[in-house]
Write a protein of this length. Structure first.
Length: 212
């Protein structure tokens, strides 16, 4: 049976969580939200001796995608993102790079994903859950065998993502959490885009924005 390990580096001025989940048998690794500090991310990859095979993006804001181009080119790997997030990725105004980063980030995924789609990477089945509210095409990635959810800026520990950016909606983010995430098992570990990890069970009880 494959064994998986998840590690994190906090990168960039906005303190974004960049995750590395890898198969300890094969060393194949998925990078989730490489937001900044490409050289530091690469140094971690080299140090661990892991082999990147894909990049998953929970959404297109600049602080989650800043190191994508470097890593995609260096390792020749595909970038996966929700099709509904295409406009955010392609627009420096919507992804906030032109306003807050001082440079214009324009990205296109290699594979566009859809709600409920399942993909297989590093020997693990990943369910793609479209969760609009923080952005139009925010997507959470549920690793079904590991019991791990990467929630991006949709669900935080006892909080939710901001909804005052282009495409944001408090009504939509709460609905996304309740209908897409809170139906998952309570034991599922949640790794958010910022801050500390939590669980689905804890958030159902304690989250003041979305608790049932």
């Amino acid at each position: 049976m494959p064994d998986y390990k998840c590690e994190m580096k906090v990168v960039g001025s906005v303190q974004t969580n960049c995750y590395f989940i890898y198969n300890t048998n094969t060393s194949e690794c998925i990078i989730i939200d490489p937001g900044d500090e490409a050289q530091r991310i690469n140094a971690f990859i080299v140090e661990k001796g892991i082999k990147p095979v894909a990049i998953l993006l929970t959404h297109g804001h600049f602080d989650h995608v800043g190191a994508v181009t470097f890593l995609r080119n260096k390792y020749g790997i595909k970038v996966y993102a929700a099709e509904a997030e295409r406009e955010t990725l392609e627009s420096p105004e919507i992804n906030l790079s032109s306003q807050l980063m001082g440079e214009r980030i324009i990205l296109e995924a290699d594979e566009w994903l859809y709600d409920g789609q399942e993909i297989n990477l590093i020997g693990e089945k990943i369910r793609c859950l479209l969760t609009p509210g923080h952005t139009e095409g925010g997507m959470c990635f549920y690793f079904t065998g590991c019991g791990i959810l990467f929630s991006g800026d949709t669900l935080f520990e006892q909080s939710v993502g901001r909804t005052d950016f282009p495409g944001g909606s408090m009504g939509k983010i709460v609905q996304s959490i309740r209908t897409k995430l809170f139906v998952l098992p309570d034991y599922v570990k949640v790794y958010p885009g910022h801050g500390m990890e939590t669980t689905i069970g804890d958030e159902k009880l304690l989250n003041p924005y979305a608790a049932l």
